[in-house]
Design a protein around this ligand. Structure first.
Ligand SMILES: Nc1nc(=O)c2c([nH]1)NC[C@@H]1CN(c3ccc(C(=O)N[C@@H](CCC(=O)O)C(=O)O)cc3)CN21
Ligand SMILES: CC(C)C(=O)C(=O)O
Ligand SMILES: [Mg+2]
Length: 274
């Protein structure tokens, strides 16, 4: 009898194992079906991030993003992918009020999109929420350090971990979220030695995913439009792997020129009568 090998999506539990295996976790954000499809063979997980508010909609922060916006883009990313785990950000206001609010919002995301996990921002104070969700079948990715939804209380998008007190707080945050059952934790905008201490902490069993953190993390993530060179401005931690802005501008300039001069459309772009 032949064994039928069914290809399936990676799951949160598969990524959790990577920490022990020492095989790096590759991740990028995506908000659209087609870009997500390009990433799918290369990424272990694709994050539908609430950064979509800033990247797609020109918002000044991620605060105005709604659960409905996240669900619509997560549906698009699910349609465009087959292999990668899809993780969806819980937007500001959809999970902080109570563990129950968090569960109801997370359940909507999993039911309406088919995504395999959610991500929420916050440290030790959200440990009970992480445990509540995990115990009820929702895989949770944590996110500590520079948490953009706290821009108003942080006083800007400020790198975290300066000073011994802040280091101790971040280490406690990582341990609390990990102990609560998070399968992974995003470490964003944390000074390198502190991020390294967390990523190599034997008391942190969750896989660590860095963005502006340290190469010692179990994986890395960037906002796709930033690394492609499409974003107008990108944080210092971004490496440009492409220059899409110039590429798009060049194409649009040529198109405008050809339309102006009547060189587009040419014969091959028009219909002859039958
Ligand atoms: N396009 C995009 N890329 C991101 O990485 C991203 C978003 N949007 N939106 C949500 C958050 C906001 N993020 C940001 C935004 C700005 C900085 C920034 O300008 N940081 C300063 C250092 C600030 C300080 O420590 O005082 C820098 O120079 O990088 C960092 C992260 C990360 N996330
Ligand atoms: C930057 C990543 C980690 C994120 O949370 C987002 O894109 O919203
Ligand atoms: Mg986010």
């Amino acid at each position: 009898m032949s064994q039928h090998v069914q290809s399936r999506r990676l799951r949160a539990v598969d990524l959790a194992k990577r920490k022990a295996e020492g095989r790096k976790i590759i991740a990028l954000t995506a908000y659209h079906a087609h870009t997500a499809g390009i990433l799918d063979p290369y990424c272990d997980f694709i994050l539908v991030g609430d950064s979509l508010g800033m990247v797609m909609h020109g918002m000044e922060s991620t605060l105005p993003v709604t659960l409905e916006m996240m669900i619509v883009q997560a549906q698009a990313v699910m349609r465009g992918t087959a292999r990668a785990l899809v993780v969806v950000d819980m937007p500001f206001g959809s999970y902080e009020a109570s563990r129950e609010q968090a569960f109801l919002s997370a359940a909507r995301v999993l039911k309406e999109t088919g995504a395999g996990a959610i991500k929420l921002e916050g440290g030790a104070r959200f440990a009970d929420t992480v445990a509540f969700l995990t115990e009820r079948g929702v895989p949770v990715m944590g996110h500590i350090g520079l948490t953009p939804q706290s821009v108003n209380t942080m006083g800007g998008f400020k790198v975290q971990g300066h000073g011994a007190g802040d280091e101790a707080r971040l280490i406690a945050d990582a341990r609390a979220i990990s102990d609560a059952g998070a399968f992974a934790i995003v470490l964003e905008g944390i000074v390198e030695p502190v991020a390294r201490a967390i990523a190599t902490d034997p008391a942190v069993s969750a896989a660590t995913i860095g963005i502006g953190a340290t190469s010692a993390c179990d994986g890395q993530i960037l906002v796709l439009e930033d690394m492609l060179g499409l974003s107008e401005r990108a944080p210092k931690f971004v490496k440009g792997y492409g220059s899409l802005r110039e590429h798009i501008e060049g194409a649009v300039r040529m198109y405008a020129e050809e339309v102006r001069e009547g060189r587009f459309p040419a014969d091959e772009h028009t219909y002859a009568p039958r």
